[in-house]
Design a protein around this ligand. Structure first.
Ligand SMILES: [Zn+2]
Ligand SMILES: [Zn+2]
Ligand SMILES: [Zn+2]
Length: 172
């Protein structure tokens, strides 16, 4: 987003909504900026996507591209599958969406905050949560030195069973 600093992003239409929290407006702005950066027109399908993703950001729900497409279709009717898939890819590139790998190798997408974090993934219901803990920079340097490896980035995903799934299992 830094590269287009001279350009002003479009005003968010939901800016005056009294029901939205600051973080929701933040998310809406981040999504809009990502789209704006790509200098694409602010079309109706894009507007729908922004609204839907802002909703998903609030619940922290992870989704598959088809989930998102079906949901958009249910509410708005006509929207192309390719548009949804393309937009997701663009939003991943712009770091608005995180691509999270499930234990079976499939993927879900999630609107996360912009700060450094990792994911907890429930192997039973595929719920995704985030957490901030990480190794220190020194630790990564140490690992790099030990393996003669220049560390550039890392991902950490913790798999397990969420509270809700454990409770359901207990009741059986
Ligand atoms: Zn995330
Ligand atoms: Zn679960
Ligand atoms: Zn980390």
């Amino acid at each position: 987003m830094m590269k287009n600093e001279s350009r002003t992003p479009p005003e968010s239409s939901s800016q005056t909504c009294a029901h939205c929290s600051d973080s929701t407006l933040d998310t809406v702005r981040r999504i809009e900026n990502a789209f704006f950066d790509l200098s694409r027109p602010n079309t109706a399908p894009r507007r729908m996507l922004v609204e839907k993703l802002a909703e998903l950001a609030k619940t922290g729900e992870a989704f598959s591209p088809d989930d998102l497409w079906q949901r958009l279709r249910a509410v708005y009717g006509k929207i192309g599958r390719a548009t949804v898939y393309r937009s997701i890819e663009q939003l991943v590139e712009n770091k608005v969406l995180d691509r999270v790998e499930l234990c079976d190798g499939s993927h879900r997408y999630r609107v996360c905050g912009g700060s450094h974090h990792h994911h907890l993934v429930c192997t039973s219901c595929h719920r995704v949560e985030d957490f901030q803990d990480c190794l220190s920079e020194q630790k990564f340097e140490e690992i790099g030195r030990r393996h003669d490896f220049s560390v550039e980035d890392h991902r950490l995903t913790v798999y397990g069973t969420c509270r809700r799934c454990r409770r359901t299992a207990d009741r059986r």
